[in-house]
Design a protein around this ligand. Structure first.
Ligand code: CUA
Length: 340
C-alpha cells in the first residue's frame, strides 16, 4: 500500500520544476538580447553551440535506447500469476566489455571537437588581430586597448568581422570571462594571461558576466560587449582618444571642482584632471550606459546614490563612502555624465 505522501512527491517535484523554469524567464523571454548560448553571434559561440548540439543529439539517442530497453524489460518480465521466476543472470562479460568500449568511443567523439575548440579559441593572435587586455577587478572589468591607447571599463567595444584577442588577467582574485553569445567561459587568473580569441559576426550589444565566484559582488560583476558595424568602431576609438570636453552646465562645473578637491582624484583617471589607477578610468564615463560592474544604469539619480554610498549598491566595493552630501553627489553625477 503506497502512502499518500509518496504518491504526492512526483507531482510536487513537477510543480517545483515548472516554478523554477518560470523563474528562468520563460514569460517575456527576449532570446535575442539575453544571456543565451543557443543563439551564438561569433565563431567561438557557434563552435560551442555545435558541440552542445552534438552532445545533445547523442545523449538523446542514448536516452531513447536505454529507456526502450528498460520499458521492454519491465513489460517482458512483468509479474504474471503462476509464471516462474526468469533465469537469474549475474554479469555478462561480452555485454559489459562492449558497452564500456561503446561509451568510451562516444566520449572520444565528444572530446575531439571539444579539445580542438579549446585550443582554437586561445590561438596566438595574428598581427592584424585587435588586442584587448581584460583586467578582472574587484568587482568590475577594465578593458585596455594597447594598440589604440584607450582604457575603459565595463563596456568593451569591438568591430564586427574582425578577430579579437582578449588577453585576460587579474591582479588579485580569480574571475571568469563569459559573454554567452560570443564566447567563454575562461578563467581570469592572477599570475598568468589567458586568452579568448573570437570573431564577432553580428553587430549588437552582448551581455557578459563574471562566471567564477570571486567575492562579495561576484553577482554584480557584469559587463557588455558592443559589437560595432563596419566603420563605426573607428569612430568610437577616435571619441575615446579625444580629451574630455569641459563641462558647460553650472552643476557639472561644480562637480568637476568637487572631484578635483576630493579623494576621487587618487583612484580615478580623468584625462587632464587626475591620474589614479585603482578605480575605473572615467575620462569618457558619459559615453557608457552603465557603471558599477555594468550592474547599474548611468542615470543622474543612480549616480548620486552611488557616490553617497557605493557599498549600499555594490556590497564589498573598494570605493569608500566619502561622506558626500546631496548637492555634492548631484554635482558629481552631472560632471561624470558630461564626460561624453
Ligand atoms: Cu569576478 Cu566573479
Amino acid at each position: 500500500m503506497t502512502k499518500p505522501a509518496s504518491r504526492l512527491a512526483p507531482s510536487l517535484l513537477l510543480l517545483g520544476v515548472i516554478a523554477l523554469s518560470a523563474g528562468c524567464g520563460a514569460v517575456g523571454w527576449d532570446w535575442d538580447t539575453k544571456m543565451t548560448t543557443v543563439i551564438p553571434k561569433s565563431d567561438f559561440g557557434r563552435m560551442t553551440h555545435d558541440i552542445f548540439m552534438l552532445i545533445s543529439w547523442w545523449t538523446l539517442g542514448i536516452f531513447i535506447l536505454v529507456e526502450a530497453g528498460l520499458v521492454y524489460a519491465c513489460w517482458r518480465f512483468r509479474d504474471r500469476p503462476g509464471a516462474p521466476i526468469p533465469k537469474q543472470v549475474h554479469g555478462h562479460t561480452i555485454l559489459e566489455v562492449s558497452w564500456t568500449i561503446a561509451f568510451a568511443a562516444i566520449l572520444v567523439i565528444f572530446a575531439v571537437p571539444t579539445v580542438r575548440v579549446i585550443f582554437k579559441t586561445q590561438e596566438a593572435p595574428a598581427a592584424t588581430d585587435l588586442r584587448v587586455d581584460v583586467v578582472g577587478r574587484q568587482w568590475w572589468w577594465e578593458f585596455r586597448y594597447p594598440g589604440q591607447g584607450v582604457v575603459t571599463a565595463n563596456e568593451a567595444h569591438i568591430p564586427v568581422g574582425q578577430t579579437v584577442a582578449f588577453h585576460l588577467h587579474g591582479p588579485d582574485v580569480i574571475h571568469s570571462f563569459w559573454v554567452p553569445q560570443l564566447g567563454g567561459k575562461r578563467d581570469v587568473v592572477p599570475g598568468r594571461v589567458n586568452r579568448v580569441t573570437l570573431t564577432p559576426e553580428v553587430p549588437g550589444e552582448y551581455i557578459g558576466q563574471c562566471a567564477e565566484y570571486c567575492g562579495m559582488s561576484h553577482a554584480n560583476m557584469r559587463f557588455r560587449v558592443i559589437v560595432h558595424a563596419k566603420g563605426d568602431w573607428e569612430q568610437w576609438v577616435a571619441a575615446q582618444k579625444a580629451p574630455p570636453v569641459d563641462p558647460k552646465e553650472e552643476l557639472a562645473q561644480k562637480g568637476k571642482e568637487i572631484f578635483s578637491q576630493s579623494a576621487c582624484m587618487g583612484c580615478h583617471t580623468i584625462a587632464g584632471t587626475s591620474a589614479g589607477v585603482l578605480g575605473p578610468n572615467l575620462t569618457h564615463f558619459g559615453s557608457r550606459k552603465t557603471f558599477g560592474g555594468a550592474s547599474m544604469t548611468s542615470t543622474p539619480e543612480n549616480l548620486a546614490k552611488w557616490v553617497e554610498n557605493p557599498g549600499h549598491m555594490k556590497p564589498g566595493v573598494l570605493m569608500p563612502n566619502l561622506g558626500m552630501r546631496e548637492e555634492q553627489s548631484k554635482a558629481l553625477a552631472a560632471y561624470l555624465l558630461s564626460l561624453k
